[in-house]
Design a protein around this ligand. Structure first.
Ligand SMILES: *Cc1c(COP(=O)(O)O)cnc(C)c1O
Length: 226
């Protein structure tokens, strides 16, 4: 496996190029290393390379890594979250990217003893296999979340379809950005909604050009254990 630092070097360069193309400041694009496929040692290597935001999509795996790394990284929970698992991770994570239903919000709000930064996951592509609230229902859902004191909606998240079709990918990202802008304009106190979590190994350059503020990269950055 290539060193994380080498991958990081290359990815940073690409982030800079994409930002230049789009007239954006690279400083506002937060890189999250998705460590779900790799060992604790590899996650530590990412930390040593200067990546402080780590993403995991399963509670068991996050807890295993947390035992060793504790709160050295900023932990992002990026996967589908069952309500009964919330209590396991709530004190460990800074961000939850996968809020997509009221029952989950109720549980997060109940279990948290501080304000949790949440992103609402939106199923922009409408693919049945994808989690997330539908595009049409997202704004109404976010409005309803104002009743939860321990939840701040800091942004929106999506997973694009797995495709190389540039137009399809860009249109998916653009729609999420437009939705983010609409919600931001409402000035809801509980939903500053500045972040756009979109872009993975396959599509992050397009995502950045379309406005991503958080990219979630696994394979291209920390690789996959075999
Ligand atoms: C696995 C995963 C990623 C990273 O995927 P790569 O293609 O390996 O970069 C990003 N976001 C979510 C929600 C994931 O589950």
């Amino acid at each position: 496996m290539r060193k994380v630092a080498e991958n990081l070097e290359r990815i940073k360069q690409q982030i800079n190029d994409a930002c230049r193309n789009a007239g954006r400041d690279p400083e506002v694009v937060k890189l999250i290393a998705v460590t779900k496929y790799v060992s604790i040692e590899r996650a530590e290597e990412a930390l040593k390379a200067g990546i402080y935001n780590l993403g995991e999509n399963r509670d068991e795996e996050l807890l295993k890594k947390w035992e060793v790394l504790q709160d050295k990284p900023i932990w992002h929970f990026i996967g589908t979250l069952q309500s009964r698992k919330v209590k396991n991770i709530i004190d460990k994570v800074e961000y939850i990217h996968s809020l997509d239903r009221l029952s989950l919000a109720t549980e997060i709000n109940k279990r948290a003893n501080r304000v949790i930064k949440c992103l609402v996951q939106v199923n922009v592509s409408g693919e049945e296999s994808k989690h997330g609230i539908s595009f049409e229902d997202a704004a109404g859902f976010i409005e309803e979340l104002s009743k939860f004191q321990n939840i701040s909606i800091v942004g929106l998240m999506t997973m694009a379809p797995f495709t190389q079709d540039e137009q399809l990918l860009r249109s998916c990202f653009r729609k999420l950005r437009e939705l983010r802008d609409q919600i931001r304009e409402k000035n809801w106190a509980h939903a500053p909604c500045t972040e756009l979590s979109m872009g993975m190994s396959n599509d992050y350059l397009y995502a950045i050009e379309e406005g991503a503020t958080m990219i979630r990269i696994g394979t291209a950055l920390v690789g996959e254990d075999d």
